[in-house]
Design a protein around this ligand. Sequence first.
Ligand code: NAD
Ligand code: ZN
Ligand code: ZN
Length: 337
Amino acid sequence: MKYIVCEKPGLFKLKEKSNPQKVEGQAILGVKKIGICGTDLHAYKGNQAFFTYPRILGHELAAEVIDIEENNQNIKVGDKVIVMPYISCGQCIACKNGKTNCCTELRVLGVHTDGGMQEQISVPINLLIPANKLSYAEMAIVEPLAIGAHAVSRAQIVPNEFIVVIGSGPIGIGIMKFAQIAGAKVIAMDIDSGRLHYAKDKIDIDHIVLAGEASGDIIAKITDGEMATGVFDATGNKEALEKGLNYMANGGRYVLVGLSNGKLEFEHPAIHAKETTIMCSRNATLKDFEYVIDILKMGKFPVDSFITHDVSFAEMIHHFDSWLDPKNGVIKATVNF
Ligand SMILES: NC(=O)c1ccc[n+]([C@@H]2O[C@H](COP(=O)([O-])OP(=O)(O)OC[C@H]3O[C@@H](n4cnc5c(N)ncnc54)[C@H](O)[C@@H]3O)[C@@H](O)[C@H]2O)c1
Ligand SMILES: [Zn+2]
Ligand SMILES: [Zn+2]
């Protein structure tokens, strides 16, 4: 079978190897479509410290079961399945408390172990989520959307509250849509006006704000001087992360979804005066995946416009560099097998 491996930063190779062998507790899947995300782009660029090479990337998988033993979920050969790419230990304190998303031993398929850029893959049966009613396109975007669903669930949105989502990339867009579905009045912020217009036109976000000197004043105006009771960072940008608190109302919560890789600085009197709740949101749980699947089944998410680039397996290597450039208008790129 064919597979694409990232041999070292900046270098993909299309190679051949034998099909995976059936192992007890695992299913053999035929990969049908995968989504490409920031993590894959960073791994390719070589700026993700925890990556080791060579690595088969890809953790946003839409697949079909080729071989499986009898199992509790009653998943059968031929079923369409999504793979939950977070391999948790089931025994640590986080797992015992149902927080498998931040397991102390967490390994992510396609990050710490080989992922989906291959025609077939063997994965533990307990990572499979049946998705017979979804299209492959819908299935391939469940994982990135689940990240947003998890963040929104962490924030416990109250209907009619104002929230600001900083960063209108695929992660921020998921947050915006699910917060809107939960009844929040959503304000999208970004430095990229193209992405803001996507949020307005396709996600029906009422308020879009180009990040800059005046963003605080604009948000004060939109919220009638009260500011937002919830602020989400989906940029991972240090400056944006440190500024985000300025948009938050007293008593609000600040949800960090974006990942920056250094220190953040906040003035303690400022965060104290607002009695700020700062919370991080990492990965997603089965509940978040199931929520996203339900939303997709109800047709409440604009899948077609979200997937901006869709290529075949053979073409992927050729296109990958162009997906690194925001000028090409990429929101979500997917690869077909
Ligand atoms: N919590 C998790 O488990 C998890 C999972 C996946 C991704 N992430 C992180 O979420 C973040 C967003 O992911 P993505 O794939 O949407 O990324 P992305 O790069 O596609 O989108 C980020 C957006 O932020 C905007 N931005 C950058 N600097 C800004 C600033 N100063 N002010 C306003 N906007 C700014 C960019 O223009 C871009 O539209 C990343 O940091 C990523 O690592 C977290
Ligand atoms: Zn991802
Ligand atoms: Zn664990």
